[in-house]
Design a protein around this ligand. Structure first.
Ligand code: PLP
Length: 424
């Protein structure tokens, strides 16, 4: 059977153990949604946990902090327990709190303690801007100049990073390294284990941004001895727009004073003693700041249930099959139209999405959307396509590629301006 055929895709769907989970999600009608790496789709379980938390507010008022099915006071810790298997951590190494950028600020404020000539932070030139802005401002807070003190490892091809280059840049003046686990454009997976071992040998702290890896690939943060990590829960974890994020701090560091303290950094038993001297929690809970955003945490309860049920290994297994199928179709059907495959080809080096480059990427994305296929444009010339293991089918992949091919053959993308929208 030809790979580029509906029957072939249907046969793959028929063999898919996770196919039954598609009905757990509210897939927008008449849409082939391939943007779950930017904003995951609402599941029935996430909806239900959100409604239950709302209901506990309705029923109990302030007593909702300790009453109801999900007492709010312990929610951040409880969900840390449920997140732990996704990142390979001990339960109390994780706390659900803040957002990616806020958690990065917290962790850098905690771990970046420049001393002597060890005063610089090492990052990379391909990282997401918010992470870079946070690092620059933290460097300024410590009285240094980000132009000289934020070192960005260069990419040789503009898409990926070489671990050797990163390790070579871990020089004596580096105090802290912050890197993505999966690059947001090319989807490259960095070798966290190797980079962490290299940092440790050099007496440098290292932390990872898991925004594009959590819920997509397995991790072993504890065993790899990663110092810290942080992420959002609204991409692969489907907890909704602006949902609360999470962070990991290795057990080795329990007791380290939070760089940015607040009353929720407190050991829970003494928080309401209202002392002016903080007794921080003796686990990752210490890196919380203020009152948790309970309503923005609530959908994560239901969403994580699905991950606990299936396990990250099965999710990764299907994700690889989906992206392999998509790559096969792209190689066979699309390369003649000027697309360049810009993600790593080896499946062990690739996260959950495919990244194509094309000079007309912005117009092509608009044409795809007009035809009900939802991609993600990344300026200046990138198209991200993320088939999500929980709710996308092989048929979705086939459909998206056939629409894309049609757009290229008919040149309908030329009807759209090659510029990005306000949100892209
Ligand atoms: C999505 C993403 C962010 C977003 O940060 P927020 O604080 O949640 O807005 C930051 N960094 C990376 C690498 C991301 O992929």
């Amino acid at each position: 059977m030809k790979k580029y055929s509906l029957d072939f895709a249907k046969a793959l769907d028929a063999k898919d153990d996770l196919a039954k989970y598609r009905k757990e999600f509210y897939l927008p009608e008449n849409m082939t949604y391939l943007d779950g790496n930017s904003l995951g789709i609402l599941s029935r379980r996430a909806e239900s946990s959100l409604l239950q938390v709302l209901d506990s507010w309705k029923q109990f008022g302030i007593d909702g902090w300790t009453k109801g099915k999900y007492p709010w006071f312990y929610l951040s810790e409880k969900l840390g327990d449920v997140t732990a298997p996704l990142v390979g951590a001990l339960s109390d190494e994780i706390i659900v709190t803040g957002s990616t950028t806020v958690n990065l600020h917290q962790l850098v404020a905690t771990f970046y303690q420049p001393k002597g000539n060890k005063t610089k932070i090492l990052a990379d030139e391909l990282n997401f801007p918010s992470d870079i802005y946070a690092l620059q401002s933290q460097i300024k807070h410590k009285g240094y100049n980000p132009d000289t003190h934020l070192i960005r490892v260069k990419s040789k091809d503009g898409r990926t990073l070489q671990e050797d280059d990163i390790i070579a840049a871990m020089t004596e003046d580096i105090s802290l390294v912050v890197l993505p686990a999966v690059l947001y454009r090319s989807g490259q997976i960095l070798d966290i284990k190797r980079l962490t071992a290299a940092a440790r040998e050099r007496n440098i702290y290292i932390g990872f941004d898991l925004c594009h890896s959590i819920g997509a690939i397995p991790h072993s943060l504890h065993d790899w001895n990663v110092d810290f990590a942080f992420w959002c829960n609204y991409k692969y974890l489907n907890a909704g727009p602006g949902s609360v994020g999470g962070l990991f701090v290795h057990q080795h560091h329990f007791g380290k004073a939070p760089g940015l303290a607040g009353w929720f950094s407190s050991k829970k038993e003494v928080q309401f003693d209202m002392e002016h001297v903080l007794t921080p929690a003796d686990n990752a809970g210490a890196y919380q700041i203020g009152t948790p955003h309970v309503l923005s945490i609530a959908p994560l309860i239901g969403s994580l249930e699905l991950f606990s049920e299936v396990g990250i290994l099965k999710i990764r297994e299907k994700s690889i099959k989906l992206t392999n199928y998509m790559l096969d179709l792209i190689k066979d059907e699309l390369l003649e139209y000027g697309f360049v495959i810009a993600n790593p080809l080896e499946e062990t080096k690739r996260g959950g999405h495919i990244y194509l480059e094309h000079q007309e990427a912005a117009s092509i994305c608009k044409a795809l959307k007009a035809n009900g296929v939802i991609p993600d444009f990344r300026a200046p010339n990138g198209i991200r396509l993320a088939p999500i293991a929980f709710y996308n089918s092989f048929k979705d992949v086939f459909h998206a590629i056939s629409i894309l091919k049609e757009i290229m053959i008919q040149k309908t993308y030329k009807e759209y301006e090659n510029t990005r929208e306000i949100i892209a």
